[in-house]
Design a protein around this ligand. Structure first.
Ligand SMILES: *[C@@H]1O[C@H](CO)[C@@H](O)[C@H](O)[C@H]1NC(C)=O
Ligand SMILES: *[C@@H]1O[C@H](CO)[C@@H](O)[C@H](O)[C@H]1NC(C)=O
Ligand SMILES: *[C@@H]1O[C@H](CO)[C@@H](O)[C@H](O)[C@H]1NC(C)=O
Ligand SMILES: *[C@@H]1O[C@H](CO)[C@@H](O)[C@H](O)[C@H]1NC(C)=O
Length: 277
């Protein structure tokens, strides 16, 4: 009798521990590498309006309430100075370039450093490009948008976005040209790039937008902390084209349509005069 009670108690404890482990494991919520399961064509069976129905794990794409991208409407933003400068502490790390089918992704194998937001450290994991830009500023869409994807120890995601319009070449993309050409037209083709220094990615402004959103590709994971650099940088038409060859769908774009802002606020960090001096 006592033994049975003990067994029951023991199973209870094991079950409880199991649930605890389940709850505490970070959500496996990074972007998918096989992009053939969705596309960017409007009204297509695998198009942006249907992403949420393709897989149960992708449901947030359809019924999420804090999705990205959004329009950063200048009249709506709340100008603040308390967020502080973006704290970047990157370092050179080995990287691999991959053609995911809809975009090019540069993954860091080693430690590429991190950014700090509100006391949390987010490590740089990968970066990739969308063309045209996914976010818009007061309705204006630009030619290219770089996403630098970071993740914290407990699985929270922070993305830094940089937008580009056609103009002078971007030096970072220039340094990747041979590697990009190497995997053009090779879906899931990879090219070992060697050591990349993320500090070579220029920002050129202290001002940035901050809001809470999601990944812009499936599984559209929410609670992503977005930082969009205010300054729009430049890139050449050829550089955009080189990145775009990866896009093999008919829509000739890998920008997700704008999502409803709902109850969210967008902040614009601007250093106050004392800090600027
Ligand atoms: C979205 O749909 C999924 C699957 O049907 C469900 O589990 C989830 O709770 C829904 N989320 C919201 C915010 O309604
Ligand atoms: C990059 O990889 C090479 C070869 O594996 C190694 O020798 C080198 O130390 C690595 N560099 C960095 C910065 O991790
Ligand atoms: C910043 O962190 C503090 C303490 O952890 C938390 O109370 C606050 O909500 C956070 N602010 C933002 C904007 O995430
Ligand atoms: C191109 O790819 C091949 C095969 O992955 C690799 O051996 C070669 O070093 C790459 N060249 C460049 C410039 O990336």
């Amino acid at each position: 009798m006592e033994k049975k009670l003990f067994t029951q108690l023991f199973s209870c404890v094991i079950f409880f521990l199991f649930v605890l482990v389940l709850l505490s494991s970070p959500a496996a919520s990074q972007e998918v590498d096989d992009e053939s399961e969705f596309d960017y064509t409007k009204n297509s069976e695998k198009g942006p309006d249907r992403w949420g129905e393709i897989k149960p794990e992708w449901s947030a794409c359809g019924n999420g309430t804090m999705q990205s991208p959004i329009d950063l409407l200048n009249e709506r933003v709340e100008v603040v100075s308390h967020l502080g400068r973006l704290k970047r502490s990157y370092k050179p790390s080995n990287a691999t370039l991959m053609n995911r089918g809809h975009d090019m992704k540069l993954s860091f194998e080693g430690e590429a450093g991190s950014i700090e937001i509100n006391g949390t450290e987010y490590e740089l994991k990968q970066l990739h490009w969308h063309s045209p830009s996914e976010h818009t500023i007061s309705g204006v869409r630009f030619d290219l948008e770089l996403h630098m994807v970071h993740q914290s120890q407990d699985g929270k995601i922070a993305v830094v976005g940089i937008m580009y319009k056609i103009g002078r070449p971007d030096s970072f993309l220039l340094s990747l040209r041979d590697h990009l050409e190497n995997i053009t037209d090779t879906t899931s083709g990879e090219s070992v790039v060697g050591v990349i220094d993320p500090r070579a990615i220029k920002i050129g402004s202290r001002k940035y937008y901050r809001y809470l959103g999601s990944l812009t590709t499936p599984p559209c994971t929410e609670n992503v902390v977005w930082t969009i650099v205010r300054k729009v940088r430049t890139v050449t038409r050829e550089q955009v084209k080189l990145l775009r060859v990866a896009v093999h769908d008919d829509s000739n774009s890998n920008a997700r349509p704008l999502q409803p802002i709902n109850w969210r606020t967008v902040q614009l960090y601007r250093p106050n005069e004392k800090e600027e001096n």
